[in-house]
Write a protein of this length. Sequence first.
Length: 145
Amino acid sequence: MAELSRIGVSIDSDLLHRFDSYIAGKGYENRSEAFRDLIRDRLVGSAVLSGSALVVGTVTLIYDHHTRLLPEKLTDLQHESHALVISTLHAHLDHANCLEVVVLRGKSRDVQKLADRLISTKGVQHGRLVMSSPETVSHHTHKHG
Ligand code: NI
C-alpha cells in the first residue's frame, strides 16, 4: 500500500457544508475518500489528450468583479495569450458576480496552461475548462467542399 500523506485544507464553512451534503448524497462515509475521488477524476480528465493535439476549449469563470484588480488580471492573461483566445463572453449576473466564458483554440498543452492560470487566479470562485478536439471529431461530423 502506498504511503499516506495527511494534508490540511482551508475551506470556507459554507462551501464545506455543501460539500458534506453532496458526498452524503453520493454515499461517501468520510471526506477523505470523496477528496481522493475528486482529485483522481480531475487528473484523469486532463491526461486524455496529448499535449500537441489541436483542441478547442471553453473556460467558464465565476467571480466577484469587486475583488481588487481581478478583472484586470484576467484581461491581462488573455492579452498575453491572444493567439489562443478566439472570443470572450462576459455576463453581469448580479450586482457583484460576473460570468466569463473564454473560447480558446490551440495545442492542448497551451490551452490547458492558460485555462489553469485563469482558473487559479486569486478571487475566481469557480472555474472549469472543457476541451474538445476538432481533429478527432471532424472526419465523422463534418463534410467539407
Ligand atoms: Ni460583470
